[in-house]
Design a binder for this molecule. Sequence first.
Ligand code: UN1
Length: 511
Amino acid sequence: MDDSFLSDLGIRKGGLHSGVSHGSFLEQPGGEVVESVSPATGEIIAKVRQASVQEYEEVVKKAREVFLEWRMVPAPERGAIVREIGDAFRAKKESLGKLVSLEMGKIAAEGMGEVQEVIDMCDFAVGLSRQLYGLSMHSERPHHRMYEQWHPLGVVGVITAFNFPVAVWGWNAMIAAVCGDVVLWKPSHSTPLTSIAAQRIADEVLARHGFQGVMNLVIGRSRDVGEALLADRRVPLVSATGSCRMGRHVGKVVAERLGRTLLELGGNNAVLVMDDADPDLVVRAVLFGAVGTAGQRCTSTRRLILQKGIAPEITRRLVEAYKQVKVGNPLEEGVLMGPLINELAVEQMMAALEEAKKQGGEILYGGNKLTGGEYDKGFFVEPTIVKARKDMAITREETFAPVLYVFEVEDLEEAVEIQNSVDQGLSSSIFTTNLLSAETFLSHKGSDCGIANVNLGTSGAEIGGAFGGEKDTGGGREAGSDAWKAYMRRQTCTINWGKDLPLAQGIHFGD
Ligand code: UN1
């Protein structure tokens, strides 16, 4: 493999890298060394020295100082710097996309798509830097004026997962930066090199402008560094992506100190297909949604709910399509599905399939771990389709793997009932050419998810919309629309420009 992309990103193959940066990387952080392992080949790409709690302390202290300066920079000027960060990511798109593939296992096209998401976020944030609007209100009192304004919040903790090792940081970091906040990033220990490479790109631009430390990186163990971050009153907002279990813990610890959280947790996303749907669109969308990123997106399609008239055709064509999926090294041309992230993920998928069979599910395609040849070195599985019934409890759990449960229903009402019967509420979609069905799905008696699509799949959202979901997905919204408001504090201001002191609600007090 040509690994010049690693040197392009400053990563030395087999080398030992620092996992802590407050604008420039610390020489010798005091935490344990972690290995970055390619899930496709089992090879150690490089090693990373993590932060101890002591370095975490140092970084937060400095971040807090940088915040006091950064918040005084006019927002459009902050935006201009973020524009340069976007340009720097453009220049490294291919290299960083390949590193994402190598370290996380998604195919190169998706790795590059993820870097594009960071670039798009930079562009969005630049525009936003001139649009951090507050409202003005009419006061009920004479000679009074009321308005609201948005102030920077402080140091924002960003905890990201392995599956989107750079895009989700981009959603948070670019918005936080234009809002005048300072970012403290704790990435997944499974993808340390991607975060180091991304941090280095941002560091270089920020240093050029004398703003080292607006973005900070702390790779560290959850049980000490992570806990320190959650409990830290100097961090007013923690934005966390991960499992529902992890989110419950984050929510509890941060709420205990009355801090804010922005949670993007599990999904159990369904595609509903009505008899009047266009089958070509369905097959392509479900393939991308269920097999893309080896089913390891929060938005991956996990349930396919088919109206009974179209069910045989869709099932047959989907099985045909699955047969064509080439599973292998994600950096190889023609491969559509890479490995899972680690052995545990493979075991969890196999355990879920055992459970599905016990509960009455029937495997229509796949179901196995892949072995032999190059497969023995990595964590490869077959993409899998399971014919399911709605009473199967396993279908209500999120298994982070390419498992698609297929249901058959009578009508839209039953389809929506199954779709909403799970604890998670991230993404959903319907395929129909009937306006009434589409609008019912989008209405308040339709999908209960944060994302609801018509005639496209559940995954692959654009950054322009607010991203996130309801129920156990955590309720947070990131990226586009007005998600920026979570990263600022709102201040309501009333000004009296008269010579009297009228009270609100018409109260007379001692006069
Ligand atoms: C995630 O899996 O955490 O909508 C994020 C999508 C991507 C983001 C997924 N743009 O599938």
